[in-house]
Ligand binder design. Structure first.
Ligand code: ADP
Ligand code: MG
Length: 563
């Protein structure tokens, strides 16, 4: 939903004023659009355009090495012929003009009329229409222009900047279009400024295949697959439509339509790039980001430009536009590969564990498995209670941490004692879990490990009680919280006290202390958080227990069952 506007009817003009003010060092506003400051040597003027709502297309692509001017229509609306004429006339440097745009009826008419007006004045004017959208028609000529606008405009901008003639710029533009294909999918529609409902809806769990960039829904709706499947679909469909003599080198664009996050695009590229390489292509200067958008639409598209000896230098050429800057920099090559080294038990440094210690180590292995399982089961619930005043990731963090610890412990040599297991497990937990609770749990498991002697002949219940105390002390020192601050300490500290004070045998004492921990965790509902992420939203947290205290009590209870 577009939330910022004054008079919705003035949206396009209003935004353009801000844009021009921002880039007044390099752009000038003319009636109907913007032009680049003139280059030192006159060149063919490449005029791009269409409606607005597609930023960086089209105004953001004006600058040296790219477009000479952009005509800026209203949202999703073709600019008038008079405006096209005005911008082209202002940008013309006596070397001729190319008008270029996506293949839409309104644009075809208005740019067509403007071309006639310019020609009538003796300005040699050509038209290059972009038709990259595979889904829009089997007939190449009838297809719409979507993200392929970018490759075609860029090629012509680079050709013009290189001093090529009007004939050449036109020919290279058409060649680029002939060798560009795009397929897009939409996840959600876009909403015009001032409107209250989107131009189209995509049902939950569905996607529109074959999107347009003016709020046109997909050609058909399909179930939305996982990212990997989507990447495969895009690559398969685009490659199937390869042009004649495709060659082995391609330019690639993974384009976000407006509200699809860059992280999602990178994730998609992670599937797309290897598939393209497997198909035998070398990827040249790929682009992943928002290049041609459709207001706040959710969706992505994949564009492939099949390069040849003429097109590659145009695709890789420098450009300096408001929204797109490219400069070939002398980069070295990265030869080393960096691999994350998981923490593992260092076999060399293992002390000889006593049989008693090995017995305890066996229990730790089993408990680690149970804790990871418990956290997986409780992930959603812990996330939910973390979402009232926190960021909703406590469940995820506990799953990541406990699973990392489990993996490390599982892979540890059989001769590892409890101290070695807890130390390495704690390190893995801290490294993988993330979040405040992750570092507290990880570091404190290590602190507990330091209290245990793997070589000792006997491990007494008091050793365990001391390890619990070390675990708690570490959390206090590291987190700086105290009882009543609404943190995991509100479960852990009463637990540790109860355990120490009890005179019952260990299993019984632990179970009594567990009741205290669970009770205290529940009572945190009444508290206002004084530490951590939840503090600023303290009021929202009242009525809900502290997630860290709840997970702490759960795990303590689980450990008790194995004593
Ligand atoms: P994050 O807050 O970084 O998102 P989590 O959601 O995994 O991390 O964990 C939140 C829990 O961490 C809280 O519920 C609280 O129990 C605990 N916590 C936060 N800050 C502290 C602190 N300073 N000392 C002890 N525990 C804390
Ligand atoms: Mg959190």
């Amino acid at each position: 939903m577009t939330k910022l506007y004054n008079d919705p009817a003035e949206f396009s003009d209003d935004q353009l004023e801000g844009f021009v003010d921002l880039y007044s060092d390099r752009l000038a506003q003319v009636p109907g659009g913007v032009i680049s400051l003139p280059p030192k040597t006159p060149q063919v003027a490449v005029i791009v355009g269409g409606g607005s709502g597609h930023y960086p297309a089209f105004a953001g692509l004006v600058g040296p090495g790219f477009a000479s001017g952009a005509v800026v229509g209203n949202i999703f609306t073709s600019p008038s012929a008079a405006h096209v004429y005005s911008v082209a006339k202002a940008a013309d440097q006596g070397k001729g003009v190319v008008l270029t745009f996506g293949n839409y009826a309104g644009d075809n008419m208005n740019f067509g009329i403007a071309a006639k007006m310019l020609k009538a004045e003796g300005i040699d004017t050509r038209i290059v229409v972009v038709t990259d959208d595979i889904a829009s028609d089997p007939d190449f000529q009838k297809r719409r222009g979507i993200a392929g606008d970018f490759t075609v405009f860029k090629a012509m901008g680079a050709a013009a900047a290189a001093g090529k003639s009007l004939d050449e710029v036109e020919r290279l533009g058409n060649l680029t279009n002939l060798r560009t294909r795009t397929l897009g999918v939409a996840f959600s529609g876009c909403t015009m400024p001032g409107a209250t409902t989107p131009l189209f809806d995509v049902a939950e769990g569905q996607m529109g295949v074959g999107l347009g960039i003016h709020g046109e829904p997909g050609i058909r709706d399909d179930a939305r697959p996982e990212a990997e499947e989507l990447g495969k679909l895009l690559v398969r469909t685009v490659l199937k439509d390869a042009p004649d003599s495709p060659g082995g080198r391609i330019g690639v664009i993974v384009n976000g339509l407006g509200t699809t996050k860059y992280e999602e695009l990178f994730l998609l590229y992670r599937t797309i790039a290897p598939l393209l390489r497997e198909a035998g292509y070398e990827i040249v200067d790929p682009e992943v980001g928002e290049l041609v958008t459709s207001l706040d639409m959710g969706g992505v598209s994949l564009t492939v430009l099949w390069l040849d000896d003429e097109l590659e230098p145009l695709w890789t050429a420098d450009a300096y536009a408001a929204a797109y800057r490219k400069q070939s920099a002398p980069l070295g090559t990265i030869e080393e590969t960096y691999e994350a080294t998981a923490t593992s038990v260092d076999e060399e440094s293992l002390v000889e564990a006593s049989p008693a210690a090995l017995d305890v180590a066996g229990s730790i292995r089993e408990v680690a498995r149970q804790v990871a399982e418990l956290m997986r089961d409780q992930e959603d619930y812990l996330g939910e209670i973390d979402s009232f005043a926190g960021d909703g990731d406590h469940g995820r963090g506990m799953v990541r941490g406990s699973e990392a610890a489990l993996t490390t412990i599982d892979e540890a040599p059989q001769k590892a004692g409890p101290s070695a297991l807890l130390r390495a497990g704690g390190r893995s937990w801290a490294m993988q879990a993330g979040g405040t609770s992750g570092v507290l749990w990880g570091a404190s498991l290590e602190a507990a490990a330091n209290r245990i002697d793997d070589a000792a002949d006997r491990l007494e219940p008091t050793d365990l009680v001391q390890a619990v105390r070390a675990f708690a002390d570490s959390m206090v020192t590291l987190g700086g919280a105290k009882v009543g601050d609404k943190t995991l300490l509100d479960a852990l500290l009463p637990f540790a006290d109860a355990l120490e004070e009890s005179e019952a045998p260990l299993a019984e004492a632990w179970s009594e202390a567990t009741r205290v921990a669970k009770d205290s965790a529940e009572k945190t509902s009444e508290l206002r958080p004084q530490k951590g992420r939840a503090r600023p939203l303290a009021e929202k947290s009242v009525g809900h227990p502290d997630p860290g205290a709840v997970s702490m009590a759960m795990i303590l209870e689980l450990i008790g069952q194995s004593l």
